[in-house]
Design a protein around this ligand. Structure first.
Ligand SMILES: Nc1nc2c(ncn2[C@@H]2O[C@H](COP(=O)(O)OP(=O)(O)OP(=O)(O)O)[C@@H](O)[C@H]2O)c(=O)[nH]1
Ligand SMILES: [Mg+2]
Length: 285
C-alpha cells in the first residue's frame, strides 16, 4: 500500500506553517487523519501537533553557537539540512511504517533549498524509496503578486522547485483573505496567467530593449509550456481549502487504493418468487 506526502515549500513567511495547521483542522472535519512533520530547524512557533520535529535531531541555534563552525542563521540552516540529509534514518524511525498514512512536511523558507541545493531532492528520493507518493506544494504570498514583475519572480521560484524536484507540484497563492475585493478581482488574472498579455502590461515601463527581449523570452517559456498555475488559498474558506486538497489528492492518486467497502445488501429476495403469479394477480384484481 502506498503512503502519501505533501512537501510544503515556499519563501520565508509565505504561510507554510499556517497552511499545515489549516489542513490538519480541515482534514479532521473530513474525518481524515493527516500528520505533520516539522522540517524547519529554526522554527519557533507552529500550532499543529507534530509527529516528528527536526529540532530533536539538530537546531540552528546550536550550530550557530558552535565555535568551530561559526555560521550565521542562513549558513547554519544549510548545515542543519545537510546534516539531516546524512541522517535520514532518524526520519525513518520517527515516521514508523504505517500504511496509508498522509504526512505534511513543513519545510524551511530559505529559497536556495529549492533552487540549487540537493537536500530536498534527496529527501524526495528517500521518501519515494519508503513508498511515499510525494506532491510538492509551493506557496507564494498573494500580497506580493499584485504586480506583474513580482508575479514573474514568484513564478520562476515555483518553476525552479518544480524542475529540480521532478514531482507533481501544486502552486498556491496564500493569504487571499487579506486582499480587498478590488485586489481579489485584480489577482484573478494571475491565477491562470496569460504571460504574453502580462508582458504587454509592462511594456511601457521597460525601456531597455535587451531587458524587454529577455522578459519576453521568459514569459514565452512559461506560457508555451503552461507550466505554472496557482490555486487561491483563503484559510477562512472551507470550500476553497477543499478544492486545493482535491487537486493535491488527485496528483498523488490518494484514495484510489483505499479499500472499497461494499454497501450492505438489502434483504435478500425470497428465493421462489414467481413473478408470473404476482403479475397475474395484479392484472386479475
Ligand atoms: N491573514 C492571514 N495571515 C496568514 C495566512 N497565512 C499565514 N499568515 C500569517 O503570516 C505569517 C507567517 O505565516 P507562517 O505560517 O509562519 O509562514 P511560514 O511560511 O511558515 O514562515 P517561515 O517558516 O518563517 O518561513 C504569520 O503571522 C501568519 O499568521 C493567511 O492565510 N491569512
Ligand atoms: Mg514556518
Amino acid at each position: 500500500m502506498p503512503r502519501y506526502a505533501q512537501l510544503v515549500m515556499g519563501p520565508a513567511g509565505s504561510g507554510k506553517s499556517t497552511y499545515c495547521s489549516t489542513m490538519v483542522q480541515h482534514s479532521e472535519s473530513l474525518n481524515r487523519s493527516v500528520q505533520v512533520v516539522n522540517l524547519d530547524p529554526a522554527a519557533e512557533h507552529f500550532d499543529y501537533p507534530v509527529m516528528a520535529d527536526i529540532r530533536e535531531l539538530i537546531q540552528v541555534d546550536d550550530v550557530m553557537e558552535d565555535d568551530s563552525l561559526r555560521f550565521g542563521p542562513n549558513g547554519g540552516l544549510v548545515f542543519c539540512m545537510e546534516y539531516f540529509a546524512n541522517n535520514f534514518d532518524w526520519l525513518e524511525e520517527s515516521l514508523g511504517h504505517v500504511e496509508d498514512d498522509y504526512i505534511l512536511f513543513d519545510c524551511p523558507g530559505q529559497i536556495e533549498l529549492y533552487t540549487h541545493l540537493p537536500v530536498m531532492r534527496q529527501l524526495v528520493e528517500q521518501l519515494q524509496q519508503w513508498e511515499f507518493r510525494v506532491c510538492g506544494v509551493f506557496l507564494v504570498d498573494s500580497q506580493f503578486m499584485v504586480e506583474s514583475f513580482k508575479f514573474i519572480s514568484g513564478v520562476m521560484a515555483a518553476l525552479s522547485a518544480m524542475v529540480s524536484l521532478e514531482i507533481p507540484q501544486v502552486n498556491i497563492m496564500t493569504k487571499m483573505d487579506l486582499l480587498s475585493p478590488k485586489a481579489k478581482k485584480e489577482i484573478e488574472k494571475y491565477l491562470d496567467p496569460d504571460m504574453y498579455s502580462m508582458m504587454e502590461d509592462n511594456s511601457d515601463t521597460i525601456r531597455s530593449t535587451k531587458f524587454k527581449k529577455l522578459t519576453q523570452a521568459i514569459c514565452g517559456l512559461i506560457d508555451d509550456y503552461s507550466m505554472v498555475r496557482f490555486l487561491p488559498f483563503d484559510r477562512t474558506d472551507e470550500e476553497g481549502i477543499n478544492i486545493v486538497l482535491q487537486h493535491i489528492d488527485f496528483s498523488i492518486q490518494y484514495g484510489e487504493d483505499l479499500e472499497f467497502k461494499e454497501p450492505k445488501e438489502n434483504e435478500e429476495e425470497p428465493a421462489n418468487l414467481n413473478y408470473d403469479e404476482i403479475f397475474q394477480g395484479k392484472v386479475d384484481s
